[in-house]
Design a protein around this ligand. Sequence first.
Ligand SMILES: [Zn+2]
Length: 115
Amino acid sequence: MSYYQCPKCGGGDIYHGTELVSSSTGGGAIIGPENDLGFSPVVGVGGSRTQEQTVVKCKTCDINLGQKDIRYSKEELEQIEKEETERKEGILPLPLFLILFFGFLGLIIFVMTLS
Ligand SMILES: [Zn+2]
């Protein structure tokens, strides 16, 4: 099973805390169309919104742990490696197929020009 390891103390004791994150809802300001007076009104849009988010934290140091702090067991690492190798091998036959296809196509054209 994968587990978290704290980069600071090296411990694996974690808890799922809740943190309030404020996210900007984009926008900022929009420059409006220039009016008769010759200046562009600036219209403020959006704002910030506070959201709750579950975070993984170290019990000892109380710091946030992320994706990079996940440690995998030996079996899982082997599994990940195996899947990556399979993916690479899956891509490989395509150029080979294209070479065969165009080779065959060339052969047909060659035969047709002969007759
Ligand atoms: Zn820690």
